[in-house]
Design a protein around this ligand. Sequence first.
Ligand SMILES: C=C(OP(=O)(O)O)C(=O)O
Ligand SMILES: [Mg+2]
Length: 456
Amino acid sequence: MGLMIKIIEIHGREILDSRGNPTVEVEVTAQTETTGKKTTGRESVPSGASTGRFEAIELRDGQERYFGLGVQRVVDHINTKIRKELLGMNVLEQVQIDRKLVELDGTDNKGNLGANALLGVSLACARCAAAALDMPLYRYLGGPNAKKWPMPMMNVINGGAHAKNYLDFQEFMIVPVGAESFPDALRMGAEIYHFLKKILQKEGKLTAVGDEGGFAPDFSNAGEVFACLQRAVEEAGYKVGSDVAFAMDAAASELYSEEDGMYHFPGEAQTHAEVDVNLRRPDTQGGAYTSDAHVKTQETTEKKEILRSAQEMISLYEELTTEYPLISIEDGLDEDDWEGWQELTKRMKEQVMLVGDDLFVTNVKRIRCGMDLKVANAVLIKVNQIGTLTEAMDAIELAQKNGYKAIISHRSGETEDSFIADLAVAVNAGWIKTGAPCRGERTAKYNQLLRISETL
Ligand SMILES: C=C(OP(=O)(O)O)C(=O)O
Ligand SMILES: [Mg+2]
């Protein structure tokens, strides 16, 4: 038998995440049989705001404390049922541990014990195993061939479910594609972020930030945002396109209405309504992306609506991609609109990464389905969407083996945990999405990548 590092303690607790909501933290302690050495690994669990309908279930207490968001019940599952079953297992046997966790839960969506219970334990086991072997986490997870630093996709303008502004699309990212090293990439991103702040201030826009640390001012549409990002890149001394490209997460499932099969843009409509009646934003121009060609404006006495069909969404992305170096569009259409996604993929797959987040939910079944239907060409990987490390790594492997890019991603609710930084290097993902280059829960990942990049 190989080396035995036996799990001797598992302890879960409730902590706070970056939104001030409770989340799960887990400590796993294991003892190396040959030496008696004891090692503890600690991990915590992130949480989404624009969660996909097909994600594994994040359990919450639903009781009065923390307005129903407490995770004490989940912590109890860890400290009783899960602890009892896992004590004595070899912490090096990640696949067996994760299989046991899935079995213990016994449901398809992890709704029994909670994906947040399973994930905390799963990740803490890996962290503990790496430490027990005195290995960096990325090396333990990835082996000797883990060697590639991931290109950061930095979300510097926040909208959608991550900000209370008029911006309907969720994320606008800068991608320093011309960088020659990770430290260079991060520095470029941080410099542009500061120039962006100055530009927003000069224009009298808010520089308060959204959930992922990007600024959250009111823009009327995506075209206005990219024009502003272009200025920030240029003022920072970089070339748009060759040094820095753009990416966006439309998070279109949040905009889609099953009732009429259309995508709704209430923020865009609101900014136009305000311009019309010459209210607070007389400086706001309509922008090129609300032309009648693809926007239906339904005016009533009280309300103006801006709606787009799937076809019109695709046309909008094509226009944006023609005008700006937009290299990646995530969740461009609804999580259930496989036909729309087929059309989107057919039309844009050569120029752009078409990333499935809510569409694939890090789930091999849905990714396989997407591959069969020739949908998308990249998979967003969020460990808490599926609930165990092994299943997330299976999703990454499936993507990479089939020519799909894998982008390792944070959630909008994060902790100071940096597991995903190591994971991105471990699997040579090539891409990471972990917010703005500011705020501790985001810089925890970027700073860990700086440390790792010294050793690559
Ligand atoms: C990171 C994202 O947001 P959330 O965590 O709210 O799903 C996303 O949609 O890609
Ligand atoms: Mg997304």
